[in-house]
Design a protein around this ligand. Structure first.
Ligand code: ZN
Length: 264
């Protein structure tokens, strides 16, 4: 009876994406906490959310994803200090990507992997962009979780494939790090190993391909516009994360397209 009702609700057009949009906004709110606290080695659970300026504890009404920022006009209710645009942006991005995952995968195994990869990619990208660090507290548990998830028999990737993905991604980047002598950071090595563990070896290659392509395009553009010098490091983590999400959503299609491109 309950299951029947649930199935009836789930087939309402747009219900699942809408549900995931709200879920994504709420998780995005938590991701903001992770982005702030993980690099500082602070607990992500205690203390409760508070204003960065005056320290006032946020009431539930001040803490509604996306909406509170609008209601409060981007300012703290108590001290009127400006709240960073990062907060609503992260919540919105998370909400949109969650909804897209629901549209692409519906409710299946890949949806869980999508939710984990989207969340960790957002946190890693913002932290790497801001302070050029990829926290081990995400990538190392991520590697283990990726392998464990693919140990479950109904996983589309499979455990061996996940193991190959982790080894291939991590191994390739390790060699690049050795050859380039510091051009590739240890954080990038562990991050691609994590993506490999979740996505398998083929999609790991798609991730690297997309990440390098995007990174080069943006790097060259910044050089041409003289926004960055030749020696300025550009964090690679965000591009790898975008590559992983492209691979998650369209990896199969890209591999299919590539194989047919080389055959004819
Ligand atoms: Zn305040």
């Amino acid at each position: 009876m309950m299951e029947n009702l649930l199935n009836q609700i789930l087939i309402i057009p747009g219900f699942l994406p809408a549900l995931f949009f709200v879920l994504g906004a709420c998780i995005g709110s938590f991701l903001n906490v992770c982005i702030f606290r993980l690099p500082r080695q602070e607990s992500i659970i205690f203390p409760a959310s508070h204003c960065m300026n005056c320290g006032a504890k946020l009431k539930p009404l001040d803490n509604i994803p996306l909406l509170s920022f609008l209601f409060l006009g981007g300012k703290c209710r108590y001290c009127h200090a400006k709240i960073s645009w990062q907060y609503p942006l992260v919540e919105l991005l998370s909400a949109i990507l969650f909804a897209l995952a629901a549209i692409r995968f519906g409710l299946q195994w890949n949806t869980l992997i999508a939710v984990i990869l989207i969340s960790s990619s957002i946190v890693v990208s913002v932290i790497d962009y801001k302070i050029q660090i990829i926290p081990n507290s995400i990538s190392l548990p991520g590697i283990v979780l990726g392998l464990l998830i693919n140990l479950i028999p109904s996983s589309p990737v499979g455990f061996l494939n996940a193991l190959y993905g982790m080894a291939l991604g991590g191994g390739l980047f390790y060699v690049v790090a050795l050859v380039s002598r510091g051009g590739m950071g240890g954080g990038d090595i562990k991050l691609i190993a994590m993506f490999g563990a979740f996505l398998g070896w083929k999609n790991c290659l798609v991730t690297i391909f997309c990440g390098v392509l995007l990174g080069s395009l943006v790097g060259v553009t910044l050089l041409v516009l003289q926004r960055k010098g030749r020696k300025d490091p550009i964090p690679f983590g965000p591009f790898l994360c975008i590559g992983a999400l492209i691979s998650l959503f369209y990896g199969q299609e890209i591999i299919y397209w590539y194989l047919h491109l080389t055959l004819f």
